[in-house]
Design a binder for this molecule. Structure first.
Ligand SMILES: NC(=O)C1=CN([C@@H]2O[C@H](COP(=O)(O)OP(=O)(O)OC[C@H]3O[C@@H](n4cnc5c(N)ncnc54)[C@H](OP(=O)(O)O)[C@@H]3O)[C@@H](O)[C@H]2O)C=CC1
Ligand SMILES: O=C(CO)COP(=O)(O)O
Length: 354
């Protein structure tokens, strides 16, 4: 056990009715997912503060117990506090959960590094890579936080709206530090929310990022009304792309057959709450990418992630035809119809070859 783990445990506040100690948790990012996870953790009795940069949202969470911009109409717990003061939020936290979009991940982790307590672990529920460099988010976190910092990724099939509505959900927490993963999972685990743990951060991060790209592909196919066979084919061959890239980078296959891979892929490829799927649907209907992103009005990670997935694939010499077609479609280099033609005209081959 790392020395700072004991510090974290010791710093946790008074015991709750069961064995798990109550914690002080700072959730960074007051969008839909940050608000949903903060709600879940606050409902479990933990002292939870939600950091955001939009004063209107912060005031609404504190006074009306609602996030009118990202989860309108959904009541939030009165115990959930919100603040736009980052130092105040993180300086007393036992651990921190970062839920800003991937493009803001590096600046956020860099900002909290000098502000947080030395023993406070950092988890994130952001999905994607660092745009521009293609680095995994744990690599970004490792750059800015101390070498022995406790790190974990929270991922899996989970729409924010359903989580705040208390609908049954399962996700997973991966990291090298088992005790920290257990603590993060325990803080979220509740009667309608199962939080599993694992130690394959690489595979878990890859699955969470890649499913966003593949959700665009199935959205495009559904938007073009290509049928249910096409959707199932794309999900399955998409999973094959995830598995092959995962194998090349050293992730574990079982991670991608679990919540972080197959689970999230199925959810995002089939559920219309997915913004990435909705982007694909709009493109399949003939809309421009700019119009589609504007209408969705929230983070659509696939737009940047597609480039980073292909950068990674090229680095390892892995062919990913579906992901590549998505990337080129998102850049306007090919139309959805051309993407379809290209995928369908590929040479016949063994199901298991590259
Ligand atoms: N929504 C979901 O169901 C799920 C989302 N995720 C992941 O969670 C991450 C966050 O997405 P989500 O909450 O849905 O996105 P939303 O679009 O709902 O909200 C984005 C939030 O990020 C904030 N933000 C944007 N840029 C910055 C920045 N530079 N610094 C600080 N905050 C910033 C926005 O603030 P402002 O309003 O001021 O612009 C807003 O609060 C993504 O990686 C997503 O893939 C993962 C699982 C489920
Ligand atoms: O990650 C998600 C569900 O697990 C949310 O997906 P979207 O970002 O496509 O809405």
């Amino acid at each position: 056990m790392a020395a700072n783990q004991s510090a974290t445990s010791a710093a946790a506040t008074t015991d709750s009715t069961d064995s798990a100690p109550l914690q002080r948790v700072a959730v960074l990012g007051a969008g839909s997912w940050g608000t949903a996870l903060a709600t879940l953790i606050a409902r479990n009795g933990h002292d939870t503060v939600l950091w955001g940069r939009d004063r209107v949202v912060i005031d609404a969470v504190n006074t009306r117990h609602e996030n009118p911009r990202y989860l309108p109409g959904i009541p939030l717990p009165e115990s959930l506090r919100a603040s736009d003061n980052l130092a105040e939020c993180v300086s007393t936290a036992d651990w921190i959960l970062v839920v800003v979009p991937s493009h803001a991940f590096a600046e956020t982790v860099q900002a909290i590094a000098p502000l947080k307590r030395p023993g406070a672990g950092v988890a994130w529920a952001t999905k994607g890579f660092e745009p521009g460099s293609g680095r995994f988010l744990h690599e970004v976190a490792q750059e800015f936080l101390s070498a022995d910092a406790q790190l974990a990724v929270v991922t899996g099939p989970s729409f924010a709206k359903e989580v705040t509505q208390g609908l049954p959900t399962a996700l997973t927490v991966h990291g090298a530090d088992e005790q920290f993963c257990e603590m993060v999972a325990e803080a979220m685990h509740s009667p309608n929310f199962r939080a599993y743990t694992g130690d394959d951060m690489l595979g878990a991060e890859l699955g969470g990022a890649m499913k966003n790209v593949l959700a665009v592909a199935t959205g495009v196919a559904d938007g073009m009304e290509l049928g249910l066979n096409a959707r199932a084919g794309l999900i399955t061959r998409g999973l094959n792309e995830m598995m092959r890239l995962n194998q090349a980078i050293g992730g574990r296959a079982e991670t991608l057959m679990g919540l972080a891979g197959l689970g999230d892929l199925v959810l995002t490829c089939t559920g219309d709450l997915s913004r990435n799927r909705r982007l694909g649907l709009a493109l399949g209907h003939g809309k421009s990418i700019d119009d589609a992103v504007r209408e969705i009005g929230q983070v659509v990670e696939s737009v940047q992630t597609a480039d980073e997935v292909m950068r990674l694939a090229n680095r390892y010499g892995i062919e990913l035809p579906i992901s590549q077609a998505v990337q080129e479609t998102l850049h306007g280099e090919i139309t959805p119809a051309e993407g379809l033609r290209r995928l369908m005209s590929r040479e016949r081959k063994s199901e298991y070859s590259n």
